[in-house]
Design a binder for this molecule. Structure first.
Ligand SMILES: Cc1ncc(C[n+]2csc(CCOP(=O)(O)OP(=O)(O)O)c2C)c(N)n1
Length: 543
């Protein structure tokens, strides 16, 4: 068969359902071979959109999302989304066409050394220089992407190789199990936890990747230890759980900072340092840190690990919980109560523009607990991470490793493809929205009824917030916007504008019930940003 056909058979062999991308001149054979495959190609409007779709698809399904571009400019357009997946530890395989191997050695139209370009943003980057290596390269790209810590990989496919004839088969797919946690480490961790006077758990995205949230909740429940989660781990412990303290990750003082400062033992479970630097929650460097994860701890001066338990995360949690002595209760409940008071404070507020807390209240009220929100990056992300309650993991997708703006709209498209039975809402700032708003056309074309909720402030809000905190004045952050309702309608989507705060719940309900893409222009009152900073700046520890 043709090498391109073998390549597509290999993708099928990996269980690929969708390839997100834009065809080009250098991948004609692959595009043609895809026509005879059950894999659905999702034609997008910018390669960055394709990469973000693959990124979120990977996070939600735990199987590598796949994106495809042509060589040169198509491939460079993929990079931000690929880097996002890699630093957020989402499994993703990126594929780019390449010029024929007879012109890679010289100055040549659209040619860049793509494997070199992708090496810093992936775990593995290879070129298909011979058709015979296709089964190995594809298997390796998927295996590496899907192995802890999961991330991005890259395959370059020269056009002349894609057209060659080859006699080979896809390789058998296997998922090697994690090693068992060493018994001595389990015992040591249990001993330290039993001896602690005020332990706290910091749970990260690794708990989601390992599917270990039930074991985490049982661990906390049995041992009576409170749990804070990182932004990407929202929902790993249901917010209603008596041990849940809420999200940690604001680059400022918060109730949870007080919890860390009072703790003597901090148990980090599936925690990625990339999300929330240890100097922010462990400035004193003097607490006992227990690291429980599938892989050993990153080296960091503020992360001195007293005992590291590496191996199958579910088993580690079960075994430590079985050995450790339960604590009688915990004293951190007031941290959660203060946060809940804040969450509830503006539920009936009618002030306009709408306060962030009120937008979040209304959104949480209209959505089912299993519906999915994909958050963009900005001030709205900080509010959502802190105040949007989650009862299940992967119901509020946040990019907090690479933290790239522009993920929400393409991410919501992928979330809807992966979970057609659930409502999917993209929560985005007006700037992040405009970075990939062209993908509205993709959503309309594939009839994916997502809701896009724009927090409209005419500014790079998070940056303005930081500038005002630091210098008491803002610098070059304001911009104009199109009329978002007309913009939506120009794509054949529905547009809504919130003109009164009281209207937001009905508008959200109407948008969710609609069978097409809906875009809600919601003016937001970001004077609340500075108020929050001031309030947290003078926060008195309630425990
Ligand atoms: C691609 C990218 N460019 C720049 C940044 C830096 N940045 C982080 S938040 C932000 C402003 C976001 O503005 P907007 O989307 O309107 O959201 P808001 O902060 O107003 O809620 C910027 C510029 C980034 N994270 N990603």
């Amino acid at each position: 068969m043709k090498a391109a056909e073998l390549f597509v058979r290999c993708l099928e062999n990996e269980g690929v359902e969708y390839v997100f991308g834009i065809p080009g001149e250098e991948n004609l054979d692959v595009m043609d071979a895809l026509l005879d495959s059950p894999i659905q190609f999702i034609t997008v409007r910018h390669e960055q959109g394709a990469a973000f779709m693959a990124d979120v698809y990977g996070r939600l399904t735990e199987r590598a999302g796949v994106c495809l571009s042509t060589l040169g400019p198509g491939a460079t357009n993929l990079i931000t989304g690929v880097a996002d997946a890699n630093l957020d530890h989402a499994p993703l395989v990126a594929i780019a066409g390449q010029a024929g191997t007879n012109r890679l050695h010289k100055e040549s139209h659209q040619v860049l050394e793509l494997t070199k370009l992708f090496q810093p943003v992936t775990k593995y980057a290879a070129s298909l220089l011979e058709p015979e290596i296709i089964p190995e390269v594809v298997r390796k790209a998927f295996k590496v992407a899907q192995t802890e810590k999961t991330g991005a990989t890259f395959i370059e496919f020269p056009e002349n190789v894609a057209g060659m004839v080859v006699d080979a088969q896809p390789l058998r797919v296997s998922h090697p199990p994690d090693p068992e946690p060493p018994a001595a480490k389990v015992e040591e961790a249990a001993r330290l936890i039993s001896a602690a006077s005020n332990p706290v758990i910091l749970a990260g995205n690794g708990v989601v990747r390992s599917g270990a949230w039930k074991q985490l909740a049982s661990f906390a429940d049995k041992l009576n230890i409170p749990v804070a989660n990182t932004f990407m781990a929202k929902g790993v412990i249901p917010f209603r759980h008596r041990c849940a303290l809420g999200s940690a990750g604001l680059q400022a003082n918060d109730y949870i900072s007080c919890g860390f400062s009072k703790a003597d033992v901090i148990i980090c479970v599936g925690y990625d340092l990339v999300e929330y630097h240890p100097y922010l929650w462990h400035p004193t460097r003097d607490r006992t840190i227990i690291h429980i994860d599938r892989s050993p701890a990153e080296v960091d001066a503020h992360y001195p690990v007293a005992v590291g338990v590496s191996g199958d995360l579910k088993h580690s949690l079960e075994r430590i919980a079985a050995l450790a002595n339960p604590h009688e209760g915990h004293h951190m409940r007031p941290l959660r109560e203060r946060l809940v008071e804040e969450m509830d404070q503006h539920r009936d507020d009618t002030g306009f523009p709408v306060k962030p807390q009120k937008i979040i209240w209304d959104l949480r009220t209209v959505l089912d607990l299993e519906d999915i929100v994909v958050c963009d990056v900005g001030a709205h992300k900080m509010w959502m991470a802190r105040m949007f309650r989650c009862e299940h993991p992967n119901t509020c997708i946040i990019s907090n490793g690479f933290a790239s703006m522009g993920i929400a709209v393409p991410g919501a498209i992928a979330a809807k493809l992966a979970n057609p039975q659930r409502h999917v809402v993209a929560v985005t700032g007006d700037a992040g929205f405009m970075m990939n708003s062209q993908e509205i056309e993709t959503a309309v074309r594939y009839q994916l009824p997502i809701v896009i909720l724009i927090w409209h402030d005419g500014s790079y809000g998070l940056i303005e917030w930081k500038q005002l905190n630091e210098f008491k004045r803002s610098s070059n952050v304001h911009f104009g916007n199109p009329d978002f309702v007309q913009y939506a309608e120009a794509f054949g989507a529905k547009g809504f504008r919130v003109e009164k705060t009281e209207d937001l719940p009905h508008i959200l309900q109407e948008a969710l019930a609609s069978n097409t893409v809906s875009i809600i222009d919601c003016p937001v009152d970001y004077r609340e940003n500075i108020k929050l900073t001031e309030q947290l700046g003078t926060l008195v520890c309630p425990i």
